[in-house]
Ligand binder design. Structure first.
Ligand code: PEP
Length: 236
């Protein structure tokens, strides 16, 4: 079984969410707690209501690097935990545009103190890939996680090449396995892949040394989600 993390980003509506959750709740054949739904924060209470009799877990898409205080518009890890979230995506490439590596470390710490499991995203740009800098970039993004892991904290890592996100492009299995093997040499944490995963390529990608998938665009459609979750449930 592989984990399936759906990242809705800033998409959806109350109507879309209701329909999606009702489908999930009434068709639980493939559902386990390895399905994780990262929703816009405002929709989390409603999703929790609709999914209360399912094993689906809910994730925050980001959290504040701070505990409490004068941070207008920000939401803390503690607040997401209060809403029943179990996970938080940290350092998504769309957040790294405005967040430093130091900030991702503080966000992971906030998650740990609040009981959320952080899922740290790492990934290189196309230019960095072409300049053969992938491992160098991933190493710097991963460093805070490795320090926290050495202190006994369980943090998942999602390898999301920036050039693969929303582009329809993916690395080939050999390229993913090179990164996965490098990662497994450093860490015992779960290693997830994200970037243009869909029902047509997920079965092939699942042959890589991976613990699951983080899916953006294709996870907005219930039927596509159902197909992918079903494949994740049945593969080792
Ligand atoms: C993402 O944004 O984390 C992602 C993987 O997006 P997509 O699946 O649309 O490439």
């Amino acid at each position: 079984m592989k984990n399936f993390i759906a990242n809705w980003k800033m998409n959806g509506s109350i109507e879309v969410l209701e329909t999606y959750c009702q489908h999930l709740a009434s068709n639980q054949e493939h559902l386990t707690d390895s399905m994780i739904l990262a929703l816009p924060a405002l929709y989390i209470p409603m999703a929790r209501h609709y999914l209360k009799n399912t094993p689906v877990a809910i994730a925050a898409q980001c959290v504040s690097a701070h505990n409490d205080g004068a941070y207008t518009g920000q939401l803390s890890a503690r607040m997401f935990a209060e809403l029943g979230c179990s996970y938080a995506i940290i350092g998504h490439s769309e957040r790294r545009e405005i967040e430093s590596i130091e900030s991702t470390k503080n966000q992971m710490l906030q998650c740990i103190h609040s009981g959320l499991k952080p899922i740290l995203c790492i990934g290189e740009t196309l230019q960095e890939k072409n300049e053969m800098k992938t491992i160098e970039i991933l190493t710097s993004q991963l460093q805070p996680m490795l320090t926290l892991e050495q202190q006994g904290h369980d943090i998942w890592v999602a390898y999301e090449p920036r050039w693969a996100i929303g582009s329809g492009l993916t690395p080939d299995n050999n390229e993913i396995n090179i990164v996965a093997d490098w990662f497994k040499g450093l860490s015992a944490a779960k290693f997830i892949y994200g970037g243009s995963v869909n029902p047509d390529n997920i079965e092939n990608l699942a042959k890589c040394t991976l613990d699951g998938f983080l899916v953006g665009g294709a996870s907005l459609d219930y039927n596509l989600t159902n197909q992918m979750v079903s494949i994740c449930t049945h593969c080792s």
